[in-house]
Design a protein around this ligand. Sequence first.
Ligand code: MN
Length: 215
Amino acid sequence: MAATATAAQQAGKHALPPLPYDYGALEPYIDSQTMQIHHGKHHQAYVNNLNAALDKHPELHQQTLEQLLRGINGIADDIRIAVRNNGGGHHNHSLFWTIMAPPGKGGGEPTGTLADAIKKTFGDFAKFKEQLASAATTRFGSGWAWLALAGGKLEIFSTANQDSPLMDGKVPVLGLDVWEHAYYLKYQNRRPDYVAAWWNVVNWPAVATRFEATR
Ligand code: MN
């Protein structure tokens, strides 16, 4: 997989990033089969479809994924929706894998400046969790719940489909995938149970690093 990614990057194309842990590493909260299909099939398809769209305007292969998403409204009409859906999907999932970690390493609460900012913005960590869970469970259909920085301030909201906060000039710090493909094999229609379980695999040090870097 590493050799393939390198070849794709040399060609200026987007590539599927390897998972930073095994498929089964997030058990029992996220099952191995879901991770395998989610990363190997869904995320790979977003990457493939993004590259196929950009092939119609090869100069866009020179832009970073973040540039493409921030500038989504200026992308050529014939591929804008494809870049929105598949570029968004690629960026969202690339972020998602890195802000999770096996139980034990993941879970718990943030520390440091991120913990301070969460407390200042939302009152306390429990209220933050409640608000994010609410954004996740009330998103109708497919989408994401986010903790993002907007004008230097933390915000919680959700987006539809694969829309990224970058498309609205915001910087994603933490994202929770609430597409059915993210949980249906294990949780079926019980999205709230998936959301509750997910807290056990949040990689707070990684989220804090993102927060520090984007602030
Ligand atoms: Mn997904």
